[in-house]
Write a protein that binds this ligand. Structure first.
Ligand code: MEV
Length: 314
């Protein structure tokens, strides 16, 4: 058993297909350069977690690891350090679940496979999100770009995508943390809407699927397709699904008036804010100047960073 291990896992941005992916439609997702780091050290006995705000997710991750591996372990100091905004659609809890799963498997049985990490992290993600598609933990495990489909609870099909064009003109704008959790948006709000109006919601999901396939062809450079039209259409469908707040819609309309396009990414939010908004504009400097004028918080992002990996001990 190694005396210590340090690992990191990336957060994500869903390029297209959020919510629909919970119902078996495809999603196209990219990892980002925002990462969660977990360091585990063997200590004599007990469990120390730093910071204590991470107690719940880490204890759940350990409980799942013990069940998954059929082995119990005592005497761990676990340190978490994440750059991923929490509860904003960037896969922060998934990245923590993945980094923790990887580090625990390494500490407990000293060898890991990504398949094991993905499965174990999915159990922890389920505890948090009730009925996740699994796309967030899969991208955090494997990194890069994934085409992902959940066929059944235990059978998920995904494939790495290698883009044939650079996805560089994107900025993440923070519309603010949603009042609702991902669990509420997925298992309460969208699922309630689906139960009341299955045909209407299936129609929205089919439209989203068309956009997701268009996005795939765009990044593979197979077709001269307008990325602006794709993102705008995607956003309109998410608005029809009711997962975008009024404040966020206003923000997105302003970006559209400037000639850009924007969509929420992840579960969204209805009442207040909707988390991170993925904004595309050909003239990034012009966009940034205006975002500054509007006093909006934005972040540069790089897509496609590597999945869960060892970090140098520090
Ligand atoms: C959350 O990042 C994406 C959702 O589609 C939920 C899921 O896929 O588990 C909203």
């Amino acid at each position: 058993m190694p005396p210590q291990v340090s690992v990191s896992a990336p957060g994500k941005v869903i390029l297209s297909g959020e919510h629909a992916v919970v119902y078996g439609y495809p999603a196209l997702v990219a990892s980002t350069d925002f990462r969660a780091k977990v360091r585990i050290e063997k200590i004599n006995k007990g469990l120390e977690i730093i910071p204590s705000e991470a107690n719940e997710i880490i204890k759940k991750g350990i409980e799942n690891a013990n069940l998954f591996l059929g082995k119990e372990i005592d005497g761990l100091k676990i340190l978490l350090n994440s750059q991923i905004p929490i509860g904003s659609g960037m896969g922060s809890s998934a990245a923590v679940a993945v980094a923790l799963a990887f580090a625990l498997i390494k500490i407990i049985i000293n060898k890991t496979t990504l398949e094991q990490v993905n499965k174990l992290a999915y159990l922890t993600e389920k505890f948090y999100h009730g009925n996740p598609s699994g796309v967030d933990v899969a991208i955090s495990t494997y990194g890069g770009y994934l085409w992902y489909r959940k066929e059944t609870e235990d059978f998920k099909v995904f494939s790495k995508v290698t883009p044939n064009r650079k996805l560089t003109d994107f900025v993440l704008v923070d519309s603010g943390k949603p009042l609702e959790s991902t669990k509420e948006m997925v298992s309460f709000y969208v699922s309630g809407y689906y139960k009341r109006h299955p045909q209407r919601v299936e129609g929205i999901f089919r439209n989203i699927e068309k956009v997701t396939k268009g996005f795939l062809r765009y990044i593979l450079n197979e077709e001269n397709i307008s990325i602006i039209d794709l993102i705008r259409e995607n956003e309109r469908n998410l608005e029809s699904l009711g997962v975008v707040s009024e404040f966020t819609k206003e923000l997105i309309r302003k970006v559209e008036k400037l000639g850009g396009a924007a969509k929420i990414s992840g579960a969204g939010g209805r009442k207040g804010n909707s988390g991170i908004v993925l904004v595309y504009h050909k003239d990034e400097d012009k966009l940034k100047n205006i975002l500054n004028k509007w006093k909006l918080i934005f972040m540069d992002v790089k897509f496609g960073s590597r999945g869960v990996t060892y970090e140098k001990n520090s």
